[in-house]
Design a protein around this ligand. Structure first.
Ligand SMILES: *Cc1c(COP(=O)(O)O)cnc(C)c1O
Length: 395
């Protein structure tokens, strides 16, 4: 198998690149030019690492889930990103990008958010650094993720509703891009996943790669083994998965399992299972797999989980799936809800609805009794209690 890495033009195989309106060339080119040098400057790394440790609470534990393991007849570890400050992996990336924005002299931060986790993580680092913060969010998501909207407002961010299309994540992303076009000089756009024009997918993957960097030594400490047999993560845009896979991308004995949202069923017309339904095209600045009609109109995605309700996936994941390096599993709303309750009542951990999809995949995967599996527990479920309660009433 060919080595999995990004090339200098921002492509993983045939996926990636930077397709942006001319007005944004200067911003995107500046980022492309400086991101690696800035990110790996010693002073930057020191600041980044000390904030991850003392502010975010890293390293996040790698927890042996004994009762879950017994149930499935194998060994399952959970990478506890839910224990991070703000309750998900998103903060790893926003800490990195806010430091970058400061170095570039930007005064104003914009972001898009689906479940509100990225919005909260962005509002948090803006409060931390005193930068202005505007978060675009679909009207539908504002309604279904009310606790996170309240947190963003408490943190001093302005939450601007996106009122077009399905009024969810992709529409919020369109609004954020529009804002950036109108304010290119003083504004940094903090993209929340491994999507968007180069260098965002690579930059976000590198900031999130702290997840698997820790897994390397944690797993060895726990098991004496260097590599797990499989790493399982849910994929919206793909940032928690990219972080959890990163240091195993070229370790062929590690299976990479990407779990997508099938909504009401992969072929129900109400789904977000991009790796099954997607075809090649350009969305939000990169060439990737996306759900579109034969003439290129975006098909409205659907998932009960706001963080997975996106019609594309990042170019890294498009490449991993296209090349056969990663295996995709699509999980319905119902399966995810069931898995959320099962995890909660087996281990006492309430997962985010997004994360619950990764756990539902345990029902579908094949593995051997001696296998060591790691599930990326990308976030906690406080924001989803209303959805869980509704399901409880039907159980
Ligand atoms: C945002 C989010 C996701 C989906 O985003 P990725 O970029 O695919 O990781 C998954 N889990 C949680 C908890 C989230 O907040």
């Amino acid at each position: 198998m060919e080595k999995i890495q990004i090339n200098s033009a921002g492509y993983y195989g045939k996926f990636g690149g930077a397709f942006v309106p001319e007005m944004l060339y200067p911003n995107v080119e500046e980022l492309q030019r400086v991101y690696l040098d800035l990110m790996y400057e010693e002073k930057f790394q020191q600041k980044f690492k000390s904030l991850l440790r003392d502010y975010v609470g890293r390293p996040s534990p790698l927890y042996l889930a004994e009762r879950l393991s017994n149930h499935y007849g194998t060994t399952i570890y959970l990478k506890r990103e839910d224990l991070n400050h703000t309750g998900a992996h998103k903060i790893n990336n926003t800490i990195g990008q806010i430091l970058l924005a400061q170095r570039l002299g930007k005064k104003r931060i914009i972001a898009e958010t689906g479940a509100g986790q990225h919005g909260v993580a962005t509002a948090t680092v803006c409060a931390l650094t005193g930068l202005e913060c505007i978060v675009y969010m679909g009207e539908v998501d504002i309604a279904r993720q009310a606790p996170n909207v309240q947190r963003m407002r408490m943190l001093g961010a302005e939450v601007r509703p996106a009122k077009s299309g399905s009024r969810t994540l992709k529409d919020a992303t369109n609004e954020a891009i529009r804002d950036w076009i109108n304010n290119p000089a003083d504004t940094h756009y903090i993209i929340g996943s491994v999507v968007g024009p180069h260098p965002y997918p690579d930059m976000v993957a590198r900031f999130q790669s702290v997840i698997s960097e820790e897994m390397l030594w944690q797993l060895e400490e726990h098991t004496g083994k260097k590599n797990p047999d499989a790493v399982i993560a849910c994929v919206g845009g793909g940032s928690n998965a990219a972080g959890a896979y990163y240091h195993y991308l070229n370790e062929k004995d590690v299976r990479l399992i990407a779990v997508e949202a099938a909504g009401m069923g992969v072929h129900s017309g109400e789904s977000a299972a991009t790796s099954v339904l997607g075809t090649e095209g350009v969305i939000h600045g990169s060439r990737t797999l996306l759900m579109q009609t034969p003439d290129g109109q975006i098909i409205e995605p659907y998932s009960l989980s706001a963080g997975l309700d996106y019609p594309g996936i990042g170019p890294l994941h498009a490449h991993l799936i296209d090349s056969g390096r990663a295996e995709a599993i699509a999980v319905t709303d119902e399966e995810a809800l069931k898995a959320a309750f099962f995890l909660t009542r087996t281990e006492g951990i309430i997962p985010a609805l997004e994360t619950a999809h990764a756990f539902a995949a345990l029902e579908r995967m094949k593995y051997a009794a001696g296998d060591v599996l790691v599930v990326c527990l990308s976030g906690r479920g406080d924001k989803d209690l209303a959805a869980y309660e509704k399901y409880l009433d039907k159980m």
